[in-house]
Design a protein around this ligand. Structure first.
Ligand code: SUG
Length: 416
């Protein structure tokens, strides 16, 4: 059995819009009320997947969830008079950020030798808290092979859990035993701390991880304050490399020491604040990058194009590429529609280390399926959504029809 890292990208749903729903997410707040372009957004996502399929030879995807969510609207006693945020929540296409779908512990790390996935409860934000039941259904379908996967329901709602966005894994190779790093926030700041320490500890126990191979680290409150609402906005790990901003963790040295104690081969690639300020790192999403090991063994970093346009960020990247460090190339991709809601290349993917043959093949991409996605999205996804369009009969009909047509084309009508 060949264990491979598969990136499951969220296909951007036809209801993608900018409602400013996420307190503490600066991009989302600053684009509130802007027109959105769901077709462009979804095509940008497919182009990113195509690039990675070509680079890695394997790529997965998860489907948009049913929107508008009439059951949520009913629970909100929706009658058209509510505050704009409540009006918009049932329309959110936020499941596109699959880094928040679940926390994943690959088979080599777990007691029973299965890959464990716990769906994230996302309780901190109303528009995200509606995701988990439909996400769970999808995970149960994609990873239904019970000999290889264990899919868990959400942790109790008392403990906010935002999934893989606050979880990193260090290992010699994806198929070998890893050290799992859980990053949590402490409440009490200006913005919500969305990952609760107890949620992370509970998941580590439920997944059957070896306590000596788990590290729990506090996120820097200053980073949350500056807009890093998830840890993956300020650091990312791949194999033995931790790529991080100097100000990512509450106790910088303590964090590196704790990881090194469990994983002595750790290589930290740290970007100092003097080279890239915390604010610029968050604005450009340098760390919300996909740090990938190519089949050649070379490591590359897929960053948003915003990084290429920033003097300090690109200057640092060029210097890094010229050095002899582990990250050999930095590749910009255009995911601007997602970025405007605070979601970069890393937010758009959930990493699952497994044998691709054990995954329901309907969730795996190939060139022909990428063509299908492009053609359905091009024909049926709304070109533009203005905030006032939400709940209009025309838009409601068109987003429902667009999603259902795509599910039909992918033989995934089970998800309707
Ligand atoms: O939860 N934005 C998402 C972005 C999630 C990014 N994910 C990771 N960092 N892994 C969020 O804040 C904005 C929706 C709106 O405002 O309409 C939003 O939900």
């Amino acid at each position: 059995m060949t264990l491979t890292e598969i990136n499951f990208d969220g296909i951007v749903g036809p209801s993608h819009n900018y409602a400013g729903l996420s307190l503490g997410n600066i991009a989302s707040a600053s684009h509130k009320g802007d027109p959105s372009y769901p077709r462009d957004a979804a095509l940008q996502g497919v182009a990113k997947m195509r690039g990675n399929l070509e680079r890695l030879g394997v790529q997965g995807f998860l489907l948009p969830l049913p929107r508008p969510n009439h059951a949520l609207a009913e629970r909100l006693a929706y009658d058209g008079t509510e505050a704009p945020a409540l009006r918009a929540a049932p329309w959110s296409a936020s499941s596109m950020w699959t880094a928040n779908a679940a926390t994943v512990s690959p088979a080599p790390d777990t007691k029973d030798g299965k890959c464990h996935l716990t769906v994230a409860n996302l309780v901190t934000m109303l528009h995200r808290a509606q995701e988990w039941p439909d996400t769970l259904r999808q995970l149960e379908l994609a990873f239904s092979d019970a000999a290889h996967f264990a899919v868990h329901g959400p942790v109790p709602v008392t403990f906010g859990d935002e999934g893989a966005a606050n979880h990193m894994r260090l290992c010699e190779g994806h198929g070998s035993e890893g050290v799992e790093v859980f990053v949590y926030g402490r409440p009490g700041g200006r913005f919500p701390a969305r990952q609760h320490e107890q949620a992370s500890r509970l998941i580590a126990r439920a997944h059957g991880l070896d306590p000596d191979k788990c590290v729990f680290i506090e996120q820097n409150p200053a980073a949350i304050e500056a807009g890093a609402f998830h840890n993956d906005v300020v650091s990312v790990a791949n194999e033995r490399v931790l790529f991080t901003h100097e100000e990512a963790f509450a106790d910088r040295e303590g964090a590196y020491d704790a990881i090194r104690a469990a994983f002595p081969a750790l290589e930290v690639v740290e970007v100092p604040s003097s080279a890239v300020s915390l604010g610029e790192a968050i604005r450009t999403y340098l760390f919300n990058a996909q740090l990938l090991t190519l089949p050649s063994g070379e490591m590359v970093l897929i960053v948003p194009t915003e990084c290429r346009e920033s003097e300090s960020v690109w200057g640092w990247c060029e210097q890094m590429m010229a050095s002899n460090g582990p990250i050999r190339e930095v590749i910009p991709v255009d995911v601007r529609q997602s970025m405007a809601n605070g979601g970069g290349p890393a937010c758009l993917r959930l990493r699952v280390v497994c044998d691709p043959a054990t995954v329901d093949p309907r969730f795996l991409l190939d060139e022909a399926k990428a063509d299908t996605l492009e053609s359905f999205i091009g024909d049926t996804w709304p070109e533009q959504i203005d905030p006032g369009d939400l709940w209009s009969e025309t838009l409601t009909k068109s987003v429902v029809a667009a999603r259902e047509a795509l599910l039909g084309a992918l033989d995934l009508r089970d998800l309707i």
